[in-house]
Design a protein around this ligand. Structure first.
Ligand SMILES: *Cc1c(COP(=O)(O)O)cnc(C)c1O
Length: 390
């Protein structure tokens, strides 16, 4: 009975045993690949010139791009964050404030450096933490605040900085999702005490793996350089960025303006195609931030005929690897360590409503049209599909 449902190819839906719409998976990861020749050129420069310190070259280029005095590269965003938390948390205080609808390992890092994650709520407009949501969590035991930029758009940078200033607590920003963007006419990278970035393969600048911290605080930069080579006080590990990764990131930087144009074209295609489809709302970003459109996020509205999770199951069966946006919240995952969380009503509301859509290097404009047409098919045929789903 289930095979009676036909898609555009006149076959049954993949979830009921038909052929998937795509032969190869369409991921939500950026996986951007700059021209290999650029990458090899940087490596050749290193091997043939005595001055070819690729990591230093990368740090200078990134500091200049972010308009900050210092950039310290490390082998991942994860370890960059660990070193930062250790360097900046107020001594003899335990709690670090962070959102729970975020990067899945953020609370693990907090716990790993010996502190206690204190989860705050998010703002419904930005999907990120804000001055107001953080203020409710501050107490005499607050050691540090992490402002986290959401996928697309920005967190409340000004509100977070002013709460931090008011209470004398350091604030850092996890800016992995906002690398090349602008906040009030200033490039992201010099807000708070320091900002964290990643060079993982799914991020805007792909160094295979890697990460870096930007800061205008020279003493902090010095301290981080010692810490990343195992020579610093407190937490200190060998987490330097290998030159091979720096070469890839440098090639990615050369390609960045073009990458952003390609990302924008994908975003525009989603915007055009989704226009005729009520029930799904494309999350748009203010042009003032100069969005890089690395990821595409869609909100499932009340009049869409499926739940967010049903939609994802139906898409995944077609090799459309859409994913739940940062879900479940970290407070809903089995966590084997101490944490603090009050009710987080906005977090719970957002957690079931957003989808991260396929994008990045492996997704063509034509793929996007096909994906949205498939969504449209799901919508028009919801009665029969639902009957079969049940
Ligand atoms: C990926 C990511 C990190 C960690 O970076 P890695 O280089 O993968 O360790 C941190 N924060 C956010 C928001 C991320 O998306």
């Amino acid at each position: 009975m289930s095979n009676k449902i036909n898609n555009r190819q006149g076959e049954s839906l993949a979830i009921f045993g038909g052929q998937p719409l795509f032969n190869s998976p369409k991921p939500t990861s950026n996986l951007v690949r700059p021209d290999p020749l650029l990458f090899f050129d940087y490596l050749r420069g290193k091997m043939t010139r005595s001055d070819g310190n690729l990591v230093e070259m990368l740090e200078l280029r990134l500091a200049s791009m972010h308009d900050t005095k210092n950039c310290v590269a490390v082998n991942s965003g994860f370890w960059g964050l660990a070193l930062l938390l250790d360097a900046l948390s107020l001594p003899s205080r335990k709690e670090i404030i962070l959102p729970s609808l975020t990067y899945r390992r953020m609370a693990d890092i907090v716990s790993w450096v010996g502190r206690v994650p204190h989860f705050c709520d998010i703002d419904l407009k930005t999907l990120a933490n804000s001055g107001d949501t953080v203020r409710r969590c501050i107490n005499d035991n607050t050691a540090l605040i992490i402002g986290v930029h959401p996928v697309g758009g920005h967190c409340d940078v000004d509100g977070l900085e002013s709460v931090a200033y008011e209470y004398g607590i350091p604030v850092i920003f996890d800016s992995v999702e906002s690398v090349h963007e602008m906040h009030r006419g200033k490039r992201i990278g010099s807000f708070g005490v320091a900002e964290l970035f990643s060079l993982g393969a799914s991020k805007l600048i792909n160094g295979f793996e890697g990460g870096y911290v930007t800061t205008n605080d020279d003493a902090l930069a010095h301290q981080l350089r010692l810490k990343r080579s195992g020579r610093g006080a407190g937490l200190s590990l060998s987490v330097e960025l290998p030159p091979f990764h720096a070469a890839m990131a440098l090639a990615g930087l050369d390609d960045l303006p073009n990458q952003i144009l390609r990302n924008r074209a994908r975003f525009n295609r989603y915007a055009e195609e989704l226009r005729g489809l009520p029930g799904l709302r494309l999350v748009r970003h203010s042009e003032e931030t100069e969005p890089s459109h690395k990821n595409i996020v869609v909100e499932v509205l009340d009049d869409w005929q499926y739940t967010r999770d049903e939609t994802i199951v139906l898409l995944n069966a077609q090799n459309i690897l859409a994913r739940a946006y940062y879900s479940p919240p970290l407070t809903h995952k089995p966590i084997g360590y101490e944490f603090i969380a009050a009710d987080l009503p906005h977090t719970d509301w957002v957690a079931d409503r957003y989808i991260s859509m396929p994008c990045g290097h492996l997704v063509t404009l034509d793929d996007i049209s096909k994906i949205v047409r498939f969504l449209s098919y799901l919508s028009s045929n919801h009665k029969s599909i639902r009957a079969n789903l049940n």
